[in-house]
Every structure is written in structure tokens, then in C-alpha cells.
Design a protein around this ligand. Structure first.
Ligand code: 3EB
Length: 325
């Protein structure tokens, strides 16, 4: 029996948790940022992705048994024998490529050393993501340079890089967290409607983003932050409702039966199967309309968090990530 991959629930920050359900890691989406730390037996970090306290929630990753914690190269981690959750932060700086390369290299080294070689989900929250860095390069592109260098310098095949979120935060620097598995088969999925990110043309930056559109592991599907992109081009500039619709259509395409069959998987899912949905909205006035569109498309039982952040491309107004549990 392959191990069941971990799942997260969205809970009220500070709400009491049952003692019989150990926690692998917690990410608080809040109106402030706090460096990763080890507390109450697991890693905890706070990301400034909310602009109002009514957007706040805690993303709680459950463990399958007792959790051991540690820290290495600035990465705080928790692991339960099957899965590892790690978190780190790069402080505010004029350029990020070097520190990003070091951080991803440290992640690759950590998961090898601890015996969880299969990374299956990455998140990176980047301050001033659309602003130029000290050398005039957009900060998101600066981040992509560092990640690409780390992938190549460490002999990692770009096609093995899993689903990811690369998005804004109002807090300083870059906050990163990730999940890795001891064993189990990871299948990275392309989206038939979208170009493979690591094959984007050079107009999107000196080095491409490197992530999969979704990753299947242990019976679950982790869907990357997904936007209104067709091929490699932004669709519906300036129209948030149309962008939200295309983002949802793109997610439906990546989790659907045809796409899974193309990747050798036999299941098939629809938007009604999604849970742990995080919706990132660029402009405050778009929060409620986007929330309403997502509520209409999702199961009423789905965990849903709607946050206000900047997004990796200046012309993207909304981005959506989710899990098929
Ligand atoms: C895109 O598709 C939009 O750099 O890890 C989405 C998900 C995006 C992940 C990343 C970036 C990342 O190009 C941006």
C-alpha cells in the first residue's frame, strides 16, 4: 500500500487542535509576517498574504504519526517518517538570485540527508514581486534565475520539479515552504491548455520558472497556482471575471480524466472535487466578485481562502491553487 499523501485543512488561527491528530506544519496567512520557527512540536510560519483580518486562516498540515523536528541551513522542518514539511525565509535584499539558489540547494540537500527525496509541492511568497530589483530586473524574474541555477547546479531534472506557487507577500523578503515524501511515485502533470513553464520563451525572463502544473502523489493531486494563461500568454488583460473563469477552466483541464490518462493515471476529477483552495486576488475591489465565482464553482464543503497579494505577472489579476484530496 503506498503511503497516503498529506492533506491540509484551513482553520481559524489559534483554534484549539485535537491532540490525537499530530501536526506536520502550520502556515498562518495573516496581516503580518513571522520567520519560520519550531513551536508546539512542529514548524510554524506566518505569511503576510492577507490585507484584512477577515481574510486570515491557518493552513494546517496533518501528520500520520509522531512528528520530529529539526533545523538545517535555516530551514525549520518537521517529519513523521513518511513526509517532511520545511520552511525558510530569505531576508529583504536588493537582489535575490544568489540567496534563492542557496535556499533551493539547501532544500535539495536537506531532503536527501533526511531521507525524503521526493519533493512534491513548493510555495514561494515574494515581496515586491513585480518591482524591479537593485539591478532593474523584476523581482520574480530574479527569483526564477536563482531557482533555475539551483536546479541545474544540483543535477535536478527540471521535469522532476513539482507543483508550485510563486506569488506576492506584503511581508519582507521571500518566504518558502515545501513538502517532500520518503517514497511513493510522484507524477508531474502538464496542462494541455498551458505551455510547460520551464519551456517558456525568454520574453518572460532570463531563466524560466521551473514547476509542474500539478503533481500527483499518494492518491492526491496538488494543483499549482493557476492563472488566466493560454499557451504562455496572459488571456483577458484587465478583466478579472474572465481571468477567474479561465483560471478555473485551466484547473479543470489539468485535473480532468483526459489529462490524467495522458500521464498514465486512471482517475478523473472536476472542480467540485477540489479542497484547500487558495485564491490570490491582486485588487481589493475584486475580492468579493472573485470569491463569489469560486464559491459557485466549488463544493460548499471545500476549504476556501481568498487572499489579496500581487501575482507573478503584472497583467494577472487572480491566481488559484488547490488540492484534490
Ligand atoms: C505562471 O503560470 C504564473 O514560479 O513557482 C504560477 C505557479 C506562477 C508557480 C512559480 C509561478 C510559479 O507562469 C505564475
Amino acid at each position: 500500500m503506498p503511503a497516503i499523501a498529506p492533506f491540509c485543512t484551513f482553520e481559524k488561527i489559534g483554534a484549539p487542535r485535537p491532540v490525537d491528530a499530530p501536526v506536520l506544519g502550520v502556515v498562518e496567512h495573516t496581516v503580518r509576517q513571522a520567520d519560520p520557527c519550531l513551536t508546539e512540536g512542529h514548524p510554524l510560519l506566518a505569511v503576510h498574504t492577507a490585507t484584512d483580518t477577515d481574510q486570515e486562516f491557518a493552513e494546517v498540515w496533518r501528520a500520520r504519526g509522531p512528528v520530529r523536528t529539526g533545523a538545517r541551513d535555516g530551514i525549520a522542518f518537521g517529519h513523521d517518517g513518511q513526509h517532511l514539511f520545511g520552511a525558510a525565509r530569505i531576508p529583504s535584499a536588493g537582489t535575490y538570485a544568489e540567496a534563492t539558489e542557496r535556499l533551493y540547494a539547501a532544500v535539495f540537500a536537506l531532503v536527501r540527508a533526511e531521507g525524503y527525496p521526493t519533493v512534491f509541492r513548493f510555495w514561494a511568497y515574494i515581496n515586491h514581486i513585480n518591482a524591479p530589483n537593485a539591478e532593474g530586473l523584476e523581482t520574480y524574474r530574479d527569483f526564477c534565475v536563482g531557482r533555475a541555477r539551483a536546479v541545474h547546479a544540483n543535477g535536478v531534472d527540471p521535469a522532476t520539479m513539482p507543483a508550485a506557487t510563486g506569488i506576492g507577500t506584503h511581508g519582507g523578503g521571500i518566504v518558502c515552504y515545501f513538502l517532500a515524501a520518503r517514497d511513493g511515485t510522484r507524477v508531474n502533470l502538464d496542462n494541455p491548455r498551458m505551455a510547460t513553464a520551464h519551456a517558456y520563451p525568454a520574453d518572460y525572463g532570463p531563466r524560466p520558472p521551473i514547476f509542474a502544473r500539478a503533481t500527483a502523489l499518494g492518491g492526491r493531486l496538488y494543483v499549482s497556482a493557476t492563472a488566466s494563461i493560454r499557451g504562455h500568454e496572459t488571456a483577458h488583460r484587465g478583466d478579472v471575471a474572465a481571468q477567474c473563469r479561465v483560471a478555473l477552466e485551466n484547473i479543470a483541464a489539468v485535473i480532468g480524466r483526459d489529462n490524467l490518462a495522458r500521464h498514465g493515471l486512471s482517475a478523473g476529477h472536476t472542480l467540485a472535487d477540489l479542497d484547500a483552495v487558495k485564491v490570490y486576488v491582486r485588487h481589493r475591489e475584486d475580492l468579493e466578485p472573485v470569491r463569489r465565482m469560486c464559491v459557485a464553482a466549488l463544493s460548499p464543503a471545500a476549504g476556501l481562502g481568498v487572499l489579496q497579494t500581487d501575482i507573478a505577472r503584472e497583467d494577472l489579476l487572480v491566481e488559484i491553487e488547490a488540492i484534490v484530496p
